[in-house]
Design a protein around this ligand. Structure first.
Ligand code: 13P
Length: 345
């Protein structure tokens, strides 16, 4: 077998493992500014040591590997160690978790298009991916952000972000890393669910066109989309089943069957709602879908734990319980057993 065939088989194996056994991903890859913002809101010091302690709390949560297949790390975190000097990457491997890494360099203002963003980070990406692969990362993440508003998004914004996602994904596969392709249509705004549906469909169609253009192997990637939701301030909110129906209908139109898994972002939904909506999708459709419907949440898994921890050593065990609980809720949601299976816990 040639080198490229070996890499292709590895990519397919990793992508399948990330969505196997009703598990999902835990995103813990907040950039320093984002992590600091979440810490500041709770009065936690915004220091490297506080970020390290918090990430240690996450990766040492007992039993995390029962619900989580892989963790998405940030550049600072992948190089860090526990207080007793054990590299996080060793803790992660010992817990049976697959390590991944956020490689985009954030969403920046798109020139000439007020209110719109373009994700940067392609320059030098080949070399950075090589370094992460040598460190042991097996997958990567790149998030594109599309805002809904008056007159936005423009076609230029959607196209530029789709192009960047495809170029990133091709570079990842060249380096033997599974790309998590994340085009996020934001929840902010008062738009109806139909607008989110139409735009999410348009964005996904364009992303897959660009992925095809860059010869990305669909069997060796994971899609990380938003759920189809009404805007946060839309007067007409949708039921859990309506969100499940709209989301699956949209994905069926736009996501090729060759993709092994779809792992949703939570995007600011509460942990309970994110689990309930994922559950409803799996209850109603899992038998008819070509891909696994999984999760790749940050806030919807972490938030209760962060609020309990608040930077205090004495709260670590309780915070880990909360984190493990939300992770388990989402595994159970993949099985279509949420919240029934969680009653009494
Ligand atoms: P949220 O689940 O908090 O939206 O974060 C997911 C993520 O990884 C964003 O890139």
């Amino acid at each position: 077998m040639g080198r490229f065939q070996v890499i292709a088989l590895e990519l397919i194996g990793t992508a399948q493992a990330l969505v196997a056994d009703d598990k999902g991903l835990l995103a813990m890859d907040e950039s320093n500014p984002t992590c600091n913002k979440r810490f500041a809101a709770l009065g936690i010091p915004q220091t490297e040591e506080a970020r390290r302690s918090y990430r240690e709390l996450i990766v040492t949560t007992p039993g995390l590997g029962e619900s989580i297949s892989g963790v998405i790390l940030y550049d600072e975190t992948i190089r860090q160690k526990t207080k007793d000097g054990t590299p996080f990457l060793k803790i992660i491997a010992d817990a049976g978790l697959i390590p991944g890494i956020k490689v985009d360099e954030g969403a920046k203002d798109l020139a000439g298009q007020p209110g719109e963003k373009i994700t940067e980070g392609l320059d030098g990406l080949r070399e950075r991916l090589e370094e992460y692969a040598q460190m042991g990362a097996r997958f990567a993440k790149w998030r594109a952000v599309i805002a809904i508003g008056h007159g936005i998004p423009s076609r230029g914004c959607v196209e530029a972000n789709a192009q960047a996602l495809a170029r990133y994904a091709a570079l990842c596969q060249e380096a033997g890393l599974v790309p998590i392709v994340e085009p996020e249509v934001l929840m902010d705004g008062n738009h109806a669910i139909e607008r989110c549906f139409a735009l999410t469909e348009e964005v996904l169609r364009m992303v897959f066109e660009e992925l095809y253009g860059q010869q990305v192997m669909l069997e060796g990637m994971i899609l990380k989309p938003n759920m189809v939701l009404p805007g946060l301030t839309c007067p007409e909110q949708a039921t859990v089943d309506e969100v499940a129906d709209a989301t699956v209908k949209c994905l069926l139109r736009a996501v090729p069957a060759a993709v092994p898994g779809i792992a949703f972002l939570s995007g600011g939904q509460s942990g309970e709602l994110a689990s309930a909506r994922l559950n409803a999708m799996n209850v109603r459709f899992s038998k008819q879908l070509p891909w696994a419907l999984a999760f790749s949440f940050a806030r919807a898994i972490q938030q209760p734990a962060l609020e309990i921890w608040r930077g205090r050593e004495a709260n670590v065990l309780l915070a880990q319980n909360a984190l493990g609980y939300r992770a388990k809720c989402n595994r159970v949601a993949r099985q279509g057993n949420y919240p029934a299976a969680m009653e009494g816990e």
